[in-house]
Design a protein around this ligand. Sequence first.
Ligand code: GLA
Ligand code: ZN
Length: 680
Amino acid sequence: MISKKTPFILYGGDYNPDQWSKETVIEDMKFFKLANINTVTLPVFSWALLQPNEDTYNFEWLDDILEILKENNIYVCMATSTAVQPNWMSKKYPEILPVDFEGRKRKFGGRVKFCPNSEKYRELSVNLATKLAERYKDYPNIIAWHIGNEYDNYCYCDHCENKFKEWAKKKYKTIEKVNKAWNMNFWGHTLYSFDEIIAPSGLSEMWYGYDKQCTNFQGIAIDYNRFMSDSILECYLGEYTAIKAITPDIEITTNLMGTFKPLDYFKWAKHMDVISWDNYPGLNDDPSDTSLRHDLMRSLKNGKPFMLMEQTPNQQNWQPYNSVKRPGVMRLWSYQAVAHGADTVMFFQMRQSIGACEKYHGAVISHAGHENTRTFRECSELGEELKALGDTIIDSKYNAKVAIIFDWDNWWAVEFSSGPSISLKYVEQIERYYKAFHNLNIAVDFVEPTGDLSKYSIVLAPVLYMLKEDAADNIKNFVSNGGTFITTYFSGYVNENDLVSLGGYPAELRDMLGLWVEEIDALPPDMNNSINFIYKLNPMKDNYTCNMVCDIINLEGAEALAVYGSDFYKDKPVFTYNKYGDGLAYYIGSNPEQAFLNDFALRLAKENNLLLGIEPKECVEITQRNKDNYSLTFVLNHNNDDVTLKLDNKNYINILNNATIKENLTIKAKDVAILKSIDN
Ligand code: GLA
Ligand code: ZN
């Protein structure tokens, strides 16, 4: 659990009392009680109030608020307020202000707008974090530290450029090695000294293409991303180390953003005690896509329960269409997080502000200023329910037998690649493969390419374009020990510098897959091909469509299961498998329609005995979390209609209403059941 002080689900959210009078704060305590709130996160954006100038700190107002919170038994996720440096600081130390991708020096404004390599920023933020930790180390109600807020600040200033030179020197040692890694003889870009290195931006090798950043030199751009992710992480780490020295027993986090491209969260996770993240789906988003993000966040720290640090109680302000959550949906999506491994359900925000851009963002306490709103009622009812659960769910484990390889370096490389197709989006592909298993209610973890695969039966690596050192060996080891592996087109092309491995794709995976790829054809959006099976492979159909890209494959030991239906590569293999050691390696050479992936997942699930005893139904999500002596089955009905499920001949109790359930479970639209088995 996050803190021994709180053996229950943390429930509350971001609270900004610095925007309100003391009377309002006191009134809020009444609302917190009514809504069964037990935790607030604060102060997230109060640096300017906490430090009015370089020599003065002002903590008294915060002391007062913390005292009020303590009197009201509210726990605190203590934020460090370093996401927005004060205006005076930006003025006094202009080097703190970043330079954007287009080379423009920013003025003070917005948030998370500081140069991550600014020594001044780092010094002053660490000072503030230290002062907070020293002042509140004995404050009994802190249950976690929350550093910064949603880090995302790439910078292209001269100082960052110089730091990038140093970073490259540390990594490559000699300029010859840099030239090799970035292939600088291309277009005559040869470097003769580290000093000639230029940060890749809109002023140099990069530009904004259709809907993404493009680059002439993928090697430089990927390294700059690594460098920026590391630089920003160092800001976090400065504060982390200072706080840890003062309060070693309190867990530290920063709020992540799911599939957020700029930061390599697997690398970050190694320096976080607990993962927390902010979940903001839109009205019609596919629940599977949200589950994927919960699973990715849980997987960052090997399955350790995570914190849902933020979600909106009803609507956002920053989406194009800020729909309110329909009745029951806030509760459903809260349990979706818990069903995937969260032990915390928190909101942005507790009280709706009256000015600036978030005044129309949902809050537990709305502008109406009383408890008679639908949102407040729903929050309060959920709070009641979570309270009644006590520690039943806390620290229970999620157990997956299927893993998907996910890698930030690979993501950057795939999308910086000039070709084969602008339609190729890494996360979209991951979503399609994930969905096939998720729809069968099969638990999925995410792993790094070199992560431990030994506990899985099936590992998928869609579009594993970049094979970093040891990745191929790791995968081969998994397969030769009996695992089932699935990969796709555009895999095994390059090393970690985006340099092509010669001899035929997918390079080091060739022998395991028993094939080599000669060409990759890209189909314009109005073209497609088909996947025609040579054998009947239950429960798969005889034909499926495919599109986007088509590999032209030569077999070297693999067997073709299906061939293309048209074009000059008609009858050439598109879907193959190969026995390798005790395991199986499948290759999918094109982008199949979703039905192909769904049916293939069903086949694999049956072969590996992974299906739950409860029959899957569309948009009814089922997951399991296990404690030492019992397991909890979460059933989430995302449909607009009631659904009846046939259970698996076990007797259950729904711990949300204490109903005993045998044979059938009828679950209302948007409702949730948590079934505890009572047979053993
Ligand atoms: C983010 C931030 C919050 C708030 C919300 C609004 O998640 O962390 O401070 O701005 O967005 O949705
Ligand atoms: Zn900078």
